[in-house]
Design a protein around this ligand. Structure first.
Ligand code: UFG
Length: 326
Protein backbone atom coordinates (compact mmCIF):
# COMPACT_ATOMS: atom_id res chain seq x y z
CA UNK A 1 0.00 0.00 0.00
CA UNK A 2 1.24 3.48 -0.88
CA UNK A 3 0.38 6.67 1.03
CA UNK A 4 -0.23 9.66 -1.26
CA UNK A 5 -0.09 12.87 0.73
CA UNK A 6 -1.92 15.53 -1.26
CA UNK A 7 -3.76 13.02 -3.45
CA UNK A 8 -6.70 15.42 -3.87
CA UNK A 9 -4.55 18.05 -5.56
CA UNK A 10 -3.86 18.58 -9.24
CA UNK A 11 -0.68 16.50 -9.62
CA UNK A 12 -1.39 14.05 -6.78
CA UNK A 13 -4.79 13.10 -8.22
CA UNK A 14 -3.28 12.37 -11.65
CA UNK A 15 -0.63 10.18 -10.03
CA UNK A 16 -3.34 8.27 -8.14
CA UNK A 17 -5.21 7.54 -11.39
CA UNK A 18 -2.10 5.79 -12.77
CA UNK A 19 -0.81 4.21 -9.56
CA UNK A 20 -4.13 2.61 -8.66
CA UNK A 21 -3.65 0.29 -11.65
CA UNK A 22 -0.77 -1.37 -9.73
CA UNK A 23 -1.10 -0.60 -6.04
CA UNK A 24 -3.59 -0.04 -3.23
CA UNK A 25 -3.61 3.64 -2.31
CA UNK A 26 -4.34 5.66 0.82
CA UNK A 27 -4.84 9.40 0.20
CA UNK A 28 -4.20 11.93 2.97
CA UNK A 29 -5.41 15.44 2.16
CA UNK A 30 -6.72 18.41 4.16
CA UNK A 31 -8.55 19.91 1.14
CA UNK A 32 -6.91 23.30 1.65
CA UNK A 33 -6.13 23.40 -2.07
CA UNK A 34 -7.42 19.97 -3.15
CA UNK A 35 -10.92 19.03 -4.28
CA UNK A 36 -13.15 16.07 -3.41
CA UNK A 37 -14.02 15.76 -7.11
CA UNK A 38 -10.39 14.90 -7.89
CA UNK A 39 -10.18 11.96 -5.46
CA UNK A 40 -10.45 8.55 -7.09
CA UNK A 41 -13.24 6.55 -5.45
CA UNK A 42 -11.05 3.41 -5.33
CA UNK A 43 -8.70 4.97 -2.75
CA UNK A 44 -8.96 5.00 1.03
CA UNK A 45 -9.37 8.68 1.86
CA UNK A 46 -8.19 10.14 5.16
CA UNK A 47 -8.99 13.79 5.70
CA UNK A 48 -6.33 15.55 7.79
CA UNK A 49 -3.05 17.47 7.92
CA UNK A 50 0.30 15.97 6.99
CA UNK A 51 1.77 17.67 10.08
CA UNK A 52 -0.76 16.00 12.41
CA UNK A 53 1.07 13.21 14.20
CA UNK A 54 -2.14 11.55 15.36
CA UNK A 55 -3.51 11.26 11.83
CA UNK A 56 -0.19 9.87 10.62
CA UNK A 57 -0.04 7.35 13.49
CA UNK A 58 -3.57 6.25 12.60
CA UNK A 59 -2.55 5.63 9.00
CA UNK A 60 0.73 3.84 9.75
CA UNK A 61 -0.92 1.68 12.44
CA UNK A 62 -3.88 0.65 10.32
CA UNK A 63 -2.42 0.25 6.84
CA UNK A 64 0.71 -1.59 5.66
CA UNK A 65 2.30 1.45 3.98
CA UNK A 66 5.54 0.61 2.17
CA UNK A 67 6.20 4.04 0.63
CA UNK A 68 5.01 7.65 0.86
CA UNK A 69 4.68 10.14 -1.99
CA UNK A 70 4.37 13.76 -0.92
CA UNK A 71 2.45 16.24 -3.11
CA UNK A 72 0.90 18.36 -0.35
CA UNK A 73 2.76 21.63 -0.65
CA UNK A 74 1.91 25.25 -1.19
CA UNK A 75 3.44 26.14 -4.54
CA UNK A 76 2.81 29.75 -5.55
CA UNK A 77 6.00 31.75 -5.84
CA UNK A 78 4.35 35.17 -5.37
CA UNK A 79 2.38 34.05 -2.32
CA UNK A 80 5.55 32.62 -0.77
CA UNK A 81 7.19 36.05 -0.95
CA UNK A 82 4.15 37.67 0.74
CA UNK A 83 3.64 34.95 3.35
CA UNK A 84 6.85 32.95 3.86
CA UNK A 85 5.70 31.57 7.23
CA UNK A 86 2.96 29.58 5.48
CA UNK A 87 5.57 28.03 3.19
CA UNK A 88 8.10 27.16 5.89
CA UNK A 89 5.32 25.89 8.19
CA UNK A 90 3.59 23.63 5.67
CA UNK A 91 6.33 22.76 3.21
CA UNK A 92 9.14 22.28 5.76
CA UNK A 93 7.87 21.91 9.33
CA UNK A 94 4.87 19.68 8.55
CA UNK A 95 7.02 17.61 6.18
CA UNK A 96 9.51 17.09 9.00
CA UNK A 97 6.72 15.67 11.16
CA UNK A 98 5.71 13.37 8.30
CA UNK A 99 9.27 12.10 7.87
CA UNK A 100 9.82 11.64 11.58
CA UNK A 101 6.58 9.68 11.98
CA UNK A 102 7.37 7.54 8.93
CA UNK A 103 10.70 6.57 10.43
CA UNK A 104 9.12 5.72 13.79
CA UNK A 105 6.88 3.26 11.96
CA UNK A 106 9.80 1.99 9.90
CA UNK A 107 8.44 3.32 6.59
CA UNK A 108 11.62 4.16 4.73
CA UNK A 109 10.71 4.90 1.10
CA UNK A 110 9.83 8.46 0.14
CA UNK A 111 9.17 10.26 -3.15
CA UNK A 112 9.32 14.03 -2.88
CA UNK A 113 7.79 16.59 -5.26
CA UNK A 114 10.37 19.30 -5.71
CA UNK A 115 10.65 22.05 -8.28
CA UNK A 116 12.66 23.86 -10.92
CA UNK A 117 12.38 26.83 -8.56
CA UNK A 118 15.26 25.29 -6.54
CA UNK A 119 17.65 26.39 -9.32
CA UNK A 120 16.89 30.11 -9.01
CA UNK A 121 18.13 32.00 -12.07
CA UNK A 122 19.99 29.46 -14.18
CA UNK A 123 23.03 30.39 -16.24
CA UNK A 124 22.63 27.60 -18.81
CA UNK A 125 19.98 26.90 -21.46
CA UNK A 126 19.35 23.29 -20.44
CA UNK A 127 19.34 22.74 -16.68
CA UNK A 128 20.69 19.41 -15.47
CA UNK A 129 20.85 18.21 -11.88
CA UNK A 130 24.50 19.29 -11.54
CA UNK A 131 23.54 22.94 -11.81
CA UNK A 132 23.82 24.94 -8.57
CA UNK A 133 20.68 25.37 -6.49
CA UNK A 134 20.19 29.02 -5.52
CA UNK A 135 16.45 29.55 -5.09
CA UNK A 136 15.31 33.17 -5.26
CA UNK A 137 12.04 32.87 -3.34
CA UNK A 138 10.74 31.22 -0.12
CA UNK A 139 8.85 28.57 -2.13
CA UNK A 140 12.03 27.35 -3.84
CA UNK A 141 13.96 27.60 -0.56
CA UNK A 142 11.34 25.58 1.31
CA UNK A 143 11.67 22.76 -1.24
CA UNK A 144 15.46 22.86 -1.16
CA UNK A 145 15.41 22.71 2.66
CA UNK A 146 13.47 19.45 2.48
CA UNK A 147 15.88 18.11 -0.14
CA UNK A 148 18.73 18.82 2.32
CA UNK A 149 16.80 17.19 5.18
CA UNK A 150 16.30 14.09 3.04
CA UNK A 151 20.02 13.84 2.34
CA UNK A 152 20.81 14.03 6.06
CA UNK A 153 18.02 11.60 7.03
CA UNK A 154 19.22 9.13 4.47
CA UNK A 155 22.73 9.13 5.94
CA UNK A 156 21.61 9.09 9.57
CA UNK A 157 18.44 6.97 9.49
CA UNK A 158 18.62 4.95 6.28
CA UNK A 159 15.71 6.76 4.59
CA UNK A 160 15.50 5.93 0.87
CA UNK A 161 14.24 8.80 -1.26
CA UNK A 162 13.87 10.16 -4.75
CA UNK A 163 13.48 13.88 -5.33
CA UNK A 164 11.63 14.86 -8.52
CA UNK A 165 12.12 18.47 -9.62
CA UNK A 166 9.14 19.37 -11.80
CA UNK A 167 9.29 22.01 -14.45
CA UNK A 168 5.85 23.35 -15.53
CA UNK A 169 3.17 20.73 -14.95
CA UNK A 170 0.18 21.15 -17.28
CA UNK A 171 -2.55 19.23 -19.12
CA UNK A 172 -5.32 16.92 -17.95
CA UNK A 173 -6.03 13.20 -17.67
CA UNK A 174 -6.97 11.51 -20.97
CA UNK A 175 -10.39 10.61 -19.53
CA UNK A 176 -11.05 14.36 -19.08
CA UNK A 177 -12.46 13.41 -15.66
CA UNK A 178 -9.79 15.37 -13.82
CA UNK A 179 -7.59 18.30 -14.78
CA UNK A 180 -5.80 21.38 -13.52
CA UNK A 181 -7.87 22.90 -10.72
CA UNK A 182 -6.63 25.79 -8.63
CA UNK A 183 -8.58 28.47 -6.85
CA UNK A 184 -7.54 31.15 -7.59
CA UNK A 185 -5.96 30.06 -10.89
CA UNK A 186 -2.60 31.69 -11.62
CA UNK A 187 -1.09 29.28 -14.19
CA UNK A 188 -0.68 30.24 -17.80
CA UNK A 189 -2.39 27.43 -19.74
CA UNK A 190 -5.61 27.25 -17.67
CA UNK A 191 -5.83 31.05 -17.75
CA UNK A 192 -5.57 31.08 -21.56
CA UNK A 193 -8.16 28.31 -21.94
CA UNK A 194 -10.56 29.94 -19.49
CA UNK A 195 -10.26 33.12 -21.55
CA UNK A 196 -10.92 31.22 -24.79
CA UNK A 197 -14.02 29.76 -23.17
CA UNK A 198 -15.28 33.25 -22.36
CA UNK A 199 -14.62 32.99 -18.61
CA UNK A 200 -11.99 35.76 -18.60
CA UNK A 201 -11.97 38.98 -20.54
CA UNK A 202 -8.30 38.85 -21.63
CA UNK A 203 -4.88 37.37 -21.01
CA UNK A 204 -2.12 39.45 -19.42
CA UNK A 205 1.36 38.64 -20.68
CA UNK A 206 3.70 39.35 -17.78
CA UNK A 207 6.77 41.03 -19.27
CA UNK A 208 7.81 41.46 -22.90
CA UNK A 209 11.37 42.67 -22.32
CA UNK A 210 13.05 39.46 -21.17
CA UNK A 211 16.26 38.33 -22.80
CA UNK A 212 14.47 35.73 -24.97
CA UNK A 213 13.78 35.74 -28.75
CA UNK A 214 10.28 37.26 -28.44
CA UNK A 215 10.84 38.98 -25.07
CA UNK A 216 8.44 36.74 -23.08
CA UNK A 217 9.38 34.07 -20.51
CA UNK A 218 10.27 30.58 -21.66
CA UNK A 219 9.13 27.51 -19.74
CA UNK A 220 9.30 23.74 -20.15
CA UNK A 221 5.74 22.37 -20.01
CA UNK A 222 5.32 18.75 -19.02
CA UNK A 223 2.12 16.71 -19.18
CA UNK A 224 0.81 15.76 -15.75
CA UNK A 225 0.41 12.10 -16.83
CA UNK A 226 4.07 12.04 -17.89
CA UNK A 227 4.87 13.30 -14.39
CA UNK A 228 2.76 10.49 -12.97
CA UNK A 229 4.60 7.79 -14.94
CA UNK A 230 7.94 9.21 -13.73
CA UNK A 231 6.74 8.83 -10.13
CA UNK A 232 5.78 5.23 -10.73
CA UNK A 233 9.20 4.44 -12.20
CA UNK A 234 10.84 6.20 -9.25
CA UNK A 235 8.68 4.25 -6.80
CA UNK A 236 9.64 0.94 -8.37
CA UNK A 237 13.32 1.93 -8.35
CA UNK A 238 13.08 2.46 -4.58
CA UNK A 239 11.01 -0.62 -3.84
CA UNK A 240 13.21 -2.88 -6.00
CA UNK A 241 16.34 -1.53 -4.32
CA UNK A 242 17.66 -0.17 -7.63
CA UNK A 243 18.08 3.24 -6.00
CA UNK A 244 18.52 4.36 -2.39
CA UNK A 245 18.69 8.08 -3.17
CA UNK A 246 18.38 10.16 -6.34
CA UNK A 247 17.45 13.61 -7.64
CA UNK A 248 15.88 13.95 -11.10
CA UNK A 249 14.54 16.77 -13.25
CA UNK A 250 11.22 16.19 -14.97
CA UNK A 251 10.64 18.19 -18.14
CA UNK A 252 10.29 17.89 -21.90
CA UNK A 253 13.65 19.49 -22.68
CA UNK A 254 11.97 22.03 -24.94
CA UNK A 255 11.08 25.58 -24.01
CA UNK A 256 8.10 27.66 -25.18
CA UNK A 257 7.62 31.37 -24.67
CA UNK A 258 4.39 32.79 -23.25
CA UNK A 259 3.54 34.07 -26.75
CA UNK A 260 4.16 30.63 -28.28
CA UNK A 261 1.93 28.99 -25.67
CA UNK A 262 -0.87 31.44 -26.48
CA UNK A 263 -0.44 30.78 -30.22
CA UNK A 264 -0.56 27.01 -29.66
CA UNK A 265 -3.74 27.38 -27.61
CA UNK A 266 -5.28 29.42 -30.44
CA UNK A 267 -4.29 26.72 -32.94
CA UNK A 268 -5.66 23.85 -30.84
CA UNK A 269 -8.94 25.57 -30.02
CA UNK A 270 -9.47 27.49 -33.27
CA UNK A 271 -10.21 30.60 -31.21
CA UNK A 272 -8.59 34.02 -31.09
CA UNK A 273 -7.10 35.36 -27.85
CA UNK A 274 -7.34 38.91 -26.60
CA UNK A 275 -3.94 39.81 -25.12
CA UNK A 276 -2.66 42.72 -23.04
CA UNK A 277 1.01 43.30 -22.36
CA UNK A 278 1.64 43.82 -18.65
CA UNK A 279 4.52 44.38 -16.23
CA UNK A 280 6.87 41.55 -15.32
CA UNK A 281 5.63 39.33 -12.49
CA UNK A 282 8.12 39.44 -9.56
CA UNK A 283 10.21 36.29 -9.16
CA UNK A 284 9.94 35.00 -12.77
CA UNK A 285 13.24 33.80 -14.29
CA UNK A 286 13.46 34.44 -18.06
CA UNK A 287 14.01 30.81 -19.03
CA UNK A 288 13.58 27.45 -17.27
CA UNK A 289 14.13 24.39 -19.44
CA UNK A 290 15.11 20.95 -18.14
CA UNK A 291 17.55 18.37 -19.22
CA UNK A 292 15.85 15.12 -18.18
CA UNK A 293 18.62 12.90 -19.53
CA UNK A 294 19.56 11.59 -16.12
CA UNK A 295 16.21 9.94 -15.40
CA UNK A 296 16.13 8.59 -18.96
CA UNK A 297 19.55 7.00 -18.56
CA UNK A 298 18.94 5.65 -15.06
CA UNK A 299 15.24 4.74 -15.05
CA UNK A 300 14.30 4.81 -18.75
CA UNK A 301 11.72 7.61 -18.37
CA UNK A 302 11.08 10.39 -20.81
CA UNK A 303 8.15 12.70 -21.45
CA UNK A 304 5.83 11.35 -24.18
CA UNK A 305 3.50 14.29 -24.76
CA UNK A 306 4.38 17.60 -26.45
CA UNK A 307 2.89 21.05 -25.89
CA UNK A 308 0.09 20.56 -28.41
CA UNK A 309 -1.00 17.30 -26.76
CA UNK A 310 -0.81 18.97 -23.35
CA UNK A 311 -3.10 21.76 -24.50
CA UNK A 312 -5.48 19.38 -26.31
CA UNK A 313 -5.96 17.36 -23.13
CA UNK A 314 -6.41 20.49 -21.02
CA UNK A 315 -8.92 21.88 -23.54
CA UNK A 316 -11.04 18.69 -23.42
CA UNK A 317 -11.18 18.95 -19.64
CA UNK A 318 -11.84 22.70 -19.52
CA UNK A 319 -14.70 22.34 -21.99
CA UNK A 320 -16.28 19.73 -19.71
CA UNK A 321 -16.02 21.95 -16.67
CA UNK A 322 -17.68 25.00 -18.21
CA UNK A 323 -20.72 26.03 -16.24
CA UNK A 324 -23.62 26.85 -18.52
CA UNK A 325 -26.35 29.03 -17.00
CA UNK A 326 -29.72 27.38 -17.50
N1 UFG B 1 2.12 34.13 -17.20
C1 UFG B 1 1.59 35.19 -17.91
N2 UFG B 1 0.28 35.50 -17.69
C2 UFG B 1 -0.51 34.82 -16.79
C3 UFG B 1 0.06 33.73 -16.09
C4 UFG B 1 1.37 33.42 -16.32
O1 UFG B 1 2.26 35.84 -18.70
O2 UFG B 1 -1.69 35.19 -16.63
C5 UFG B 1 3.52 33.76 -17.45
C6 UFG B 1 4.37 33.81 -16.20
O3 UFG B 1 4.85 35.11 -15.95
C7 UFG B 1 5.47 32.81 -16.55
C8 UFG B 1 4.75 31.78 -17.44
O4 UFG B 1 3.57 32.42 -17.88
O5 UFG B 1 6.45 33.43 -17.31
C9 UFG B 1 4.37 30.53 -16.69
O6 UFG B 1 3.70 30.90 -15.48
P1 UFG B 1 2.92 29.88 -14.55
O7 UFG B 1 2.31 30.71 -13.45
O8 UFG B 1 2.03 29.03 -15.37
O9 UFG B 1 4.08 28.94 -13.97
P2 UFG B 1 5.43 29.31 -13.22
O10 UFG B 1 6.55 29.11 -14.20
O11 UFG B 1 5.36 30.62 -12.54
O12 UFG B 1 5.49 28.26 -12.02
C10 UFG B 1 5.27 26.87 -12.15
C11 UFG B 1 4.78 26.34 -10.80
C12 UFG B 1 5.84 26.54 -9.76
C13 UFG B 1 7.14 25.92 -10.22
C14 UFG B 1 7.53 26.42 -11.58
C15 UFG B 1 8.75 25.66 -12.07
O13 UFG B 1 3.60 27.03 -10.41
O14 UFG B 1 5.41 25.93 -8.57
O15 UFG B 1 6.47 26.22 -12.51
O16 UFG B 1 9.07 25.98 -13.37
F1 UFG B 1 8.12 26.25 -9.34
Amino acid sequence: MILIVGGAGYIGSHLVKELIKFEKVVVLDNFSTGFHTLVDSRTILVEGNLGDENVLKYIFTNYPIKAVMHFAANSLVGESVQNPYKYYENNVSATLTLLNTMLRYNVKNFIFSSTAATYGIPTVDLIDEEQPTNPINPYGRSKLMVENILEDFSKAYGLNYIVLRYFNAAGAHESAEIGESHDPETHLIPIILQHLLGQREKISVFGTDYDTPDGTCIRDYIHVTDLATAHIKALHALLDGQKQTAVYNLGNGKGYSVKEVIETCEKVTGKHANIEFAERRPGDPARLVASSNKIFEELGWKAERNLEQIIESAWRWHQRTVKVDA
